[in-house]
Write a protein that binds this ligand. Sequence first.
Ligand code: ADP
Ligand code: MG
Length: 346
Amino acid sequence: MKFHHFPALLLITLISCTSVKEDRNLLLIHGSTMGTVYSVKIVQTDLTRAGQDSLTISQGIDSLLITINQHMSTYIDSSEISQFNHYDKTNWFKISGNLMEVIIASQKISELSDGAFDITVGPLVNLWGFGPEHQQSRIPSDKDIDSRKATVGYKNLFIQENPPAIRKGISAMYCDLSAIAKGYGVDRVVHYLEKRMLKNFMVDIGGEIKTRGLNQHGKTWKIGVSTPDNSDSIQKVIPLSNLAVATSGDYRNYFEIEGKRYSHTIDPRTGRPIEHTLASVTVIHESCMLADGYATAIDVLGPDLGLKFAEQLELPVFLIVRENDRFSEKMTDGFDKILKQNQNGN
Ligand code: ADP
Ligand code: MG
């Protein structure tokens, strides 16, 4: 049995370990958060112009991410979402504005994708060994899948906006925000840097990315989309100006039994890992939170329905599809436009 769990290697690293590197052109901040790594690149001249110092900025980002994790992480037993998950009543449960924002966006993506994206899929994610329950990778019994599936369904999660509160329709319900929280984290870090008058930077949490302004060479930031085979090669380079990009795929977090791949993306309708030829989905959006959520939704929908969904919502989306021994590419008109717009640019 093969087991690939790259981002999850750092899953329980709660100890913050930020590193800061500086050269003449760029300030580079690295750290770990949300079971993965983050990096922030800030153009040095921008930092000087805004009168900011690297240590204050790196500490500010680090503590912001710790706070977000404390709201969103199912790996932290005392986090806000874990407290809701432990709460076994169906009464209203007061939540923070931060959590509310992510839950409202999640429910919107669930409705649009007809339940392909569903944060209440958590019990199934855990059953398949991709959540904090840390089970061995194995194929669960049909009986276990069915009993967990009975607790899943975004329509059983109710929202009250004022004051912010949520309510379970089924007391055993459990929410997993892993498919959207990294994108939210990126948006919040970008907002933090903008409030400090910074204009030229890039924020990356586990491959969910947002850029502002230009890079250290005065050119458009370029983002590489990996070839979905863990070979470290780049399939496509996206010029990204003042937008966010998120990628979901079946090539980083999965296990394999008898040559069959079991992805960490679960189809809530079958209760099982997705089974189709879509290897990687990249979504561009102004909001990194939405890009992250849509990428997971399209990953569940698969190459054909996923592309249709993206075209309907006019999302710039790039798909890499497995075809025997090779990969083929598909993209929406919006994605093609972004590539072409920048072809003659810098
Ligand atoms: P990555 O972490 O590789 O960026 P995603 O953003 O697609 O990937 O998030 C995948 C995670 O989302 C899974 O590990 C699981 O915790 C959760 N998840 C799995 N299936 C779904 C789904 N159908 N809807 C919402 N969340 C999901
Ligand atoms: Mg996602």
